[in-house]
Design a protein around this ligand. Structure first.
Ligand SMILES: [Ca+2]
Ligand SMILES: [Ca+2]
Ligand SMILES: [Ca+2]
Length: 255
């Protein structure tokens, strides 16, 4: 009898382990949904880098939403951003509302986040430490960095190591730059990044690959008490380097 009871108990344990393992993933999914997947579509047709987002290529791109995620609200200054790719480049554009456009840093790889700036973060492999940061401020000054690890010295260490810039961009200001006494409408950036920039992690992706990414901006304006940080990523803290919270970018094959 004792043996039969022990067997019954053992079977009960196995059954409860199996049923737990079946129910656990569902519970996990409900509490923390996986990252949203944006499509990075193939750029069809010419893009003229003039800050005017009117090409049919852009019309075919998936719009990327911005929010002040950690405050769970829409930003004061709206942003419409898009990404595309082809065999040579990753293309980006952003149309940004801004009533006071401010950018006085003209030094490449300077502290551009102290100006009105658009930022792009890409982490090609979720399981490897390396990731990239690109910025363009409203004066069209670029920043480009490969960070082999998030905690190894950051901008101070890796910013000065950029030897060659692979980001090309054009900025169009609808208003007056660096004059806070009037009311501006906004600024647009349109640009591309050569796949050579991504050499440290293997270069150009293949169709179907998924990268983690975040598009972000700082808006400094006299109508705001604090610079507004908004982003495409549902960040749980105001830290643009928090790649655990990034969404996914899936590279869609040429059609
Ligand atoms: Ca254009
Ligand atoms: Ca102005
Ligand atoms: Ca501003």
């Amino acid at each position: 009898m004792k043996a039969a009871a022990a067997i019954a108990f053992a079977l009960f344990l196995v059954y409860s382990l199996i049923s737990r393992s079946h129910s656990e993933p569902q519970e996990k999914d409900q509490s923390k949904p996986g990252p949203k997947v944006y499509e990075c579509r193939w750029a069809k047709g010419q893009i003229e880098f003039d800050g005017v987002i009117k090409e049919s290529a852009w019309a075919g791109a998936e719009p990327i939403e911005f929010r002040v995620a950690w405050q769970n609200r829409k930003p004061h200054s709206a942003t419409k951003a898009r990404l595309l790719w082809d065999k040579d480049y990753l293309y980006f554009c952003a149309e940004m509302e801004d009533v006071d456009i401010y950018a006085d840093n003209l030094e490449p790889n300077g502290r551009l986040w102290e100006n009105d700036v658009f930022e792009l973060f890409f982490k090609p492999n979720a399981n490897k430490l390396g990731y990239y940061e690109f910025q363009v401020n409203a004066a069209n000054t670029p920043l480009e960095m490969y960070l082999p690890s998030r905690g190894a010295g950051g901008y101070n260490r890796f910013g000065p190591l950029t030897e060659e810039f692979h980001v090309e961009s054009f900025v169009k200001v609808d208003g007056t730059l660096n004059d806070y006494t009037d009311k501006d409408k906004g600024w647009t950036v349109e640009g591309r990044i050569s796949w050579d920039a991504f050499k440290p992690t293997g270069g150009r992706p293949k169709a179907g690959d998924r990268w983690r990414f975040a598009l972000c901006r700082f808006d400094y304006s006299v109508t705001l008490e604090q610079p507004e940080q908004s982003t495409s990523a549902p960040l749980t803290r105001p830290d643009f380097h928090r790649y655990e919270d990034y969404q996914e970018l899936m590279f869609v094959e040429r059609k």
